[in-house]
Ligand binder design. Structure first.
Ligand code: GLP
Length: 250
């Protein structure tokens, strides 16, 4: 796998944006798998900057998102649809009709999850999947468990994730307790994966994901099975990796 060890969050964001830009230049009608969270905010910012400078065109790009809170409508400022609109889609020339986020307001699990899988299939699969990682190693909302879930599914969020995400809500009670998330097979089906990680509190998740056993207890560890992964991380997120050169063997 490829790793870019960057100094700061800003450097990380610029590098990750350049990987996405390369994908869009190589295949203007590509399907981007997108992620939310604070890790990719800077990446989206950079892409918007380059769009404004006339350097990148999203008019033919399609996108599909990893996850969404169950019960939240796209107009709710904590929904991942709202996040995508305000951090990225509203600022570039992507056609919003070509952007897909799991439908949080569809409370029928089979329908919501089936639709999301069907959309990905219809689009021909994801060319490049952007991922963040949770402090406990979750990817999308695939939480540590005793098994892997393959397809898009409804998840009960763990107390650690609820606590981590409470910073975005008025208080912890307001954090939705469930989400829809792409499954492990959905994520691994992407042709390429780009994972961004920043900060000390991700260091353990990164070290375990890439150098520990492949186990559903650390969902990010499945990335060791994917043939085309690029990790872009800052120094703090890499602080528990013994030697960056070891990534060559992952
Ligand atoms: C959230 C999202 C994930 C994200 C992760 C890390 O719960 N569902 O897709 O990667 O947590 O978030 P952050 O980048 O804010 O640390």
């Amino acid at each position: 796998m490829r790793v870019y060890a960057e100094k700061t969050y800003d450097d990380m964001s610029k590098r990750a944006a350049s990987v996405i830009a390369a994908q869009v230049v190589n295949k203007p009608d590509c399907v981007l798998g997108l992620a939310t969270g604070s890790s990719p905010v800077g990446t989206y910012k950079k892409l918007v900057e380059w769009y404004n400078a006339g350097d990148i065109d999203f008019s033919q790009v399609k996108s599909v998102n990893l996850d969404e809170y169950v019960g939240l409508d796209g107009s709710n400022d904590q929904s991942y649809r709202y996040f995508m609109d305000t951090n990225f889609f509203n600022h570039v020339n992507i056609d919003k009709n070509n952007t897909y986020v799991p439908q949080g307001t569809e409370l029928d699990e089979a329908k919501a999850c089936g639709n999301h899988e069907a959309i990905i299939k219809k689009l021909g699969g994801v060319d490049l999947q952007l991922l963040g990682i949770g402090r406990n190693g979750h990817i999308g909302f695939n939480e540590p468990d005793d098994h892997f879930t393959k397809d898009t599914h409804r998840v009960d969020l763990t107390p650690s994730t609820i606590e981590a995400n409470a910073r975005f809500f008025a208080n912890e009670d307001e954090v939705p307790k469930q989400a829809y998330s792409m499954g492990i097979r959905t994520i691994l089906s992407a042709k390429k994966i780009l994972i961004v990680a920043s900060g000390e509190d991700k260091a353990e998740a990164i070290a375990k994901s890439f150098f520990g056993p492949i186990t559903p207890e650390v969902p990010g560890s499945v990335l060791q099975l994917h043939p085309d992964v690029t990790l872009v991380a800052d120094a703090a997120a890499l602080s528990k990796v013994k030697d960056i050169a070891d990534f060559k063997n992952v």
